[in-house]
Design a protein around this ligand. Structure first.
Ligand code: HEM
Ligand code: MG
Length: 334
C-alpha cells in the first residue's frame, strides 16, 4: 500500500533541529548520498533513513521537520523526483546512485536511477557539482565551491551568499556551461530546479533565529561539503511555500533572463522555443507529466499504472494548491 502524503506539521514553528535525537553520523561506505545537499544532510542526521533510500512520504516528512518546507512545496519536490527517479512498485527511491536496495525494477525504459540520474531532476549548471559531461554530477566539487565563495565575496552582502550572489552565480554557471559543455541541456524540467536551488540556500540553510537571507560561507560549507547542520542549527520560523520561493526565483531570473535551449557543440546554444520557459509553471508541470514520465513509462499496466497514477495525483495536489494548473492524465483516469 502507498501511504498518503503527510499532512502539514502540527507545530510548524522555529526549533532546534540539530538536536540530540538527530545526531550527525558521517555516511558509511554503504550509505548513499547524492546531488542534493539538503537531502544528504537530512540523511546524515537521521531525518531520512541513513542509508539514503527512502519513500517519497518520508522525504516530505524529513524536509518539513528538518528544514520547515511547507507541505505543498515539499510534496511538489518529493513526488516530482519520485516519478522520475524512484521505483513505483516498491515505493522506494535512492537519494543518489541507482541501487538494488530499491527492489526489482519495472520494465525498461524505466530507469529507477535515483536522484543522481542525469537528465531527469539532476541536470547541468549545478552550483557545486560538475555537469555530467565532465565527471561525477553528484559529488561536491571544491573548485566550484571556490567559485561560490568568490561570487559571494563580490556580490553578496558582507561576503555572504544572498539573493544578489545567487543571481550572479546562477547566470555564471549557465554561461560557463554554454561555453564549455558540448552536451549542455537547459530546458524543462531542469530550468525550474536550477533557479529554485539557487534560492534555497538563502532561505533554508540560514539559521531561523537570524533568518536574514544571507548565508555565511561557514554555514554553506557545512551543508554543501560536510553534509552536516551547523552546531545549534534552528530551522525556518514558519513553513516556507511557493509564495515565498517564487518571487525570489523570479528576482534572480529577471536580473539575467534566459530562454531554454541546448548546446549543439560548445558555445552553440540553440534555443528550444517549443519547450516551456521558466515563467510557465503549468507548462512545465505538463511537460513533466506528458513527456518526461511517459518517456520512462510509455504504456504502464496493472499495479504499475495504478501506482504511477497515485503518485501523479499526489504531485498534482501539490501543484494545484498554489498554481492554478489543470490536471493532465497521460495514462487515463482511475
Ligand atoms: C539539488 C532533489 C529538497 C537544496 C538537488 C538535485 C536534486 C534535488 C535531484 C540535483 C539537481 C542538480 O543540481 O543537478 C531534491 C528533492 C527534494 C529536495 C527530491 C525534496 C524535497 C531540497 C531542499 C533544499 C535543497 C529542502 C534546501 C536548501 C538543494 C540545492 C541544490 C539541490 C541548493 C543544488 C546543488 C548545486 O547546485 O550544487 N536537489 N531536493 N533541496 N538541492 Fe535539493
Ligand atoms: Mg547537476
Amino acid at each position: 500500500e502507498i501511504p498518503n502524503p503527510p499532512l502539514p506539521l502540527a507545530n510548524g514553528g522555529i526549533k532546534l533541529v540539530n538536536d540530540p535525537a538527530h545526531p550527525f553520523i558521517a555516511a558509511g561506505p554503504n550509505d548513499i548520498r547524492g546531488p542534493c545537499p539538503a537531502l544528504n544532510t537530512l540523511a546524515s542526521h537521521g531525518y531520512l533513513p541513513r542509508n539514503g533510500v527512502a519513500r517519497p512520504d518520508q522525504i516530505v516528512s524529513a524536509v518539513m521537520e528538518g528544514l520547515n518546507l511547507g507541505n505543498d512545496f515539499a510534496k511538489f519536490l518529493a513526488y516530482q523526483a519520485f516519478l522520475m527517479n524512484g521505483n513505483p512498485l516498491t515505493n522506494l527511491m535512492s537519494i543518489g546512485m541507482k541501487t538494488p536496495l530499491t527492489g526489482p525494477d519495472p520494465p525498461k525504459p524505466a530507469l529507477v536511477g535515483g536522484l543522481s540520474q542525469h537528465g531527469t531532476f539532476e541536470g547541468d549548471t549545478s552550483m557545486t557539482r560538475v555537469d555530467a559531461f565532465f565527471g561525477d554530477q553528484a559529488v561536491f566539487n571544491e573548485d566550484l565551491f571556490q567559485k561560490f565563495i568568490a561570487t559571494s565575496a563580490k556580490f553578496g552582502f558582507n561576503g555572504t551568499y544572498d539573493i544578489n550572489a545567487a543571481a550572479e552565480l546562477r547566470n555564471d554557471r549557465l554561461q560557463d556551461s554554454i561555453k564549455t559543455n558540448p552536451q549542455l541541456v537547459f530546458t524543462s524540467p531542469r530550468i525550474i530546479s536550477a533557479y529554485s536551488e539557487a534560492v534555497f540556500p538563502t532561505i533554508f540553510f540560514v539559521d531561523g533565529r537570524l533568518n536574514n537571507r544571507q548565508l555565511t560561507i561557514d554555514a554553506a560549507r557545512y551543508f554543501f561539503d560536510f553534509q552536516m547542520m551547523p552546531a545549534d542549527f534552528h530551522r525556518q520560523p514558519a513553513p516556507v511555500n511557493f509564495t515565498m520561493v517564487d518571487p525570489l526565483t523570479k528576482a534572480i531570473f529577471d536580473k539575467h533572463p534566459f530562454s531554454p535551449g541546448v548546446n549543439h557543440g560548445k558555445n552553440n546554444f540553440v534555443l528550444q522555443p517549443q519547450t516551456p520557459p521558466l515563467a510557465d509553471f503549468c507548462g512545465i508541470y505538463e511537460d513533466i507529466v506528458l513527456r518526461v514520465i511517459p518517456g520512462q513509462y510509455p504504456r504502464p499496466t496493472g499495479v504499475l499504472r495504478q501506482a504511477i497514477n497515485k503518485n501523479l495525483g499526489f504531485f498534482f495536489g501539490a501543484v494545484h494548491a498554489e498554481h492554478n494548473c489543470t490536471q493532465v492524465f497521460p495514462f487515463g483516469r482511475d
